[in-house]
Design a protein around this ligand. Sequence first.
Ligand SMILES: Cc1cn([C@H]2C[C@H](O)[C@@H](COP(=O)(O)OP(=O)(O)O[C@H]3O[C@@H](C)C(=O)[C@@H](O)[C@H]3O)O2)c(=O)[nH]c1=O
Length: 183
Amino acid sequence: MKVTETFLKGCFVIEPKVFGDKRGNFFEVFSQKIFEEKTGLKIEFVQDNQSISQRGVLRGLHLQKGKFAQAKLVRVIKGSVLDVAVDVRKNSPTYGKHFSIELSEENNKQLFVPRGFLHGFSTLEDNTIFSYKCDNYYHKEAEDGVIFNDKDLNINWKLEKDDILLSEKDKILPTFLEFKKLK
Ligand SMILES: Cc1cn([C@H]2C[C@H](O)[C@@H](COP(=O)(O)OP(=O)(O)O[C@H]3O[C@@H](C)C(=O)[C@@H](O)[C@H]3O)O2)c(=O)[nH]c1=O
């Protein structure tokens, strides 16, 4: 398992070692021991989530506030996404900066998104299965976010504008400026 820290401190790309043979392949999706050794973090995941999305679906940018904050370990089981993590940790030298990476059933890459980050993804293929572990439980009242096309964040979601499909909730998320003011 290869673990590489991104330019955003505490945000890691994880590439499992895949063992292929004539039957197919095998890999460890998650090992607490290796994760802790290679990241230096102590994380206890308590909830596993899965979603299916059609091409063009964009989920995000989301976080849970305060004591309900969640770190997430995200991956794609089928299809592909462009996954995006935005650093909104107070006093972080990379505040407002984002990291994006393609996660797919082919590359098996995972992204570890720490607490204090906005997270979202755009779906690049139909019937994409997205799966993630969280280190804190879902808490509806703590949900917050930023609109995906915020001009200050300036994220390239690798989708045509007309292809993007959002939830009603995600259509009315605040701008990054508004989000910052509310803090
Ligand atoms: C996230 C979540 C949703 N739900 C419910 C609420 C709602 O009725 C339905 C769909 O929820 P949403 O529209 O919020 O799902 P979605 O837009 O996929 O939300 C997710 O987006 C990605 C980008 C993330 O980072 C996640 O943390 C989460 O916020 O599922 C749960 O029961 N538990 C959960 O943990």
